[in-house]
Structure formats: C-alpha cells, structure tokens
Design a protein around this ligand. Structure first.
Ligand code: DC
Length: 218
C-alpha cells in the first residue's frame, strides 16, 4: 500500500521538530528529522577536519554515511551523535554544508527510501517542495523572530548552554538568509502547503491542528 507522507517545512525555531515528533507518535508513523541528517554530515566534516570547500570529499562522506534514527537517538556510522549534532559549531556550519547540490541529492534519496517502507512525518526545508512534491499532507510553519529566538534560547538552556538572545537572533537571521537564498532547494512554502503561524500557539494546539487535518476531521 502507498505510504503516507506528512511534510512539515519552515525556518528553525518555529516548532516544527517538536510538533512533528509528537504528531508521529500519535499517528504511529515514523518521525524523520531531515535536518539531523544534514547536521550529521556537517559534524563528520568538522570532526574529520575536512575543508568545508572540499565538495568532493563531503559528498563522499555523505555517500558512505550510515544514518540511523533509533527512537530519540541518532546514530552516524554506528556512533551515537544525538548531542554532538546540536553543538554550536555544527549549527553554525550546517547551512553552508547543506547548500551543496550533490550532497542534497544523496540525502534526499535516503529520505525517500524511508517513505517507501514507512508512513512518515518528516520535517525540514524542502520536504513539501522537492523531496515529496506529491505528499498528501504539507504544512509550512512560520513564527515571529523574537519568539523563535526565545524558544531557541530555552532549547540551549535545556542542553546546559546559556547564550544571549541577541546572538541567537543574529544566527537565526543568518541561517534564514542562507536557507532561503541558496540556489539548491531554497526554503519556501509549497503552493499547496497549509501555513501554520505558531507565534501564539502552544505545542498541543499545533499537534492537534495537524492531527485533525491528517485524520480528515478539519
Ligand atoms: O532543522 P535544523 O535546524 O536541524 O536544520 C539544520 C540545517 O539543515 C538548516 O540550516 C538547513 C538544513 N536543512 C536543509 O537544508 N534541508 C532540510 N530538509 C533540512 C535541513
């Protein structure tokens, strides 16, 4: 039977991942955090001290990368890198690494493989536009910048890091700029995606809004 894809795109800090994860639990679908895949390759590039301009090497890394989602944990080539891929170093570099065309092709193929076997909720930047243009359900999350920065700050605190909100705001702006202006699969809303502005919403509301749509109740 054809598998169901729920695509959730939008900038970082809009609440995509938390919503996607809870929605997947409720639907008993597999949750795929596509950003984690780009982060994993970036982590590998940094830890192997590969020059970020060395596209050929980066593509080779990605091609051989064994990426696994095991519950809440994320493994790269058998190593648990759940924490490492969220580091500030990775966060600062991931936008430029993920702008590499050949790398995207490899990761997009991997993302499509998951949806051959499982019903999936997948979040990212290009899921509804490029990875699954035919997805049955597409959502595009937005949120005002101050709220996004405050949420990110709290995420960092939860991971034991205290970072000034102004710095976070600058990083978010920089990443938005790269993600929306890049040539390959830029971040944009698919024409048929439902826009969800999460600025004044709590997680439960977001999850319920999506759940009702997927279940055909709204
Ligand atoms: O969602 P995130 O912040 O973990 O994503 C990290 C980076 O990966 C983000 O800056 C852009 C990139 N990304 C992408 O280009 N395409 C995706 N489908 C998911 C993430």
């Amino acid at each position: 039977m054809e598998k169901v894809v729920v695509a959730i795109d939008g900038p970082s800090g809009t609440g995509k991942s938390t919503t996607a994860k809870l929605l997947a639990e409720k639907l008993d679908y597999m949750y795929i955090d596509s950003g984690a895949m780009y982060r994993a390759v970036t982590y590998d590039v940094l830890s192997k001290k590969i020059n970020p301009a060395d596209t050929r090497k980066i593509v080779e890394l990605a091609r051989n990368a064994r990426i696994e989602f095991r519950g809440d944990e994320f493994f790269l080539n058998g190593k648990n890198v759940t924490k490492e891929i969220r580091s500030i170093e990775v966060t600062n570099k991931v936008s430029s690494v993920s702008a590499i065309k050949e790398l995207r092709k490899i990761l997009v193929d991997k993302q499509r493989e998951y949806a051959k076997k499982f019903n999936v909720v997948m979040d990212g930047r290009d899921i509804g536009t490029v990875v699954f243009p035919e997805a049955k359900f597409k959502f595009f999350f937005t949120c005002d910048l101050n709220t996004r920065a405050a949420r990110r700050r709290q995420d960092f605190i939860d991971h034991g890091m205290k970072i000034p909100v102004e710095k976070i705001m600058l990083e978010l702006k920089k990443r938005d700029e790269i993600d929306t202006k890049r040539k390959e699969s830029p971040l944009r809303k698919a024409k048929d995606a439902i826009e969800v502005d999460t600025t004044n919403m709590i997680i439960e509301e977001q999850v319920n809004l999506l759940l009702r749509r997927v279940q055909g109740l709204d």
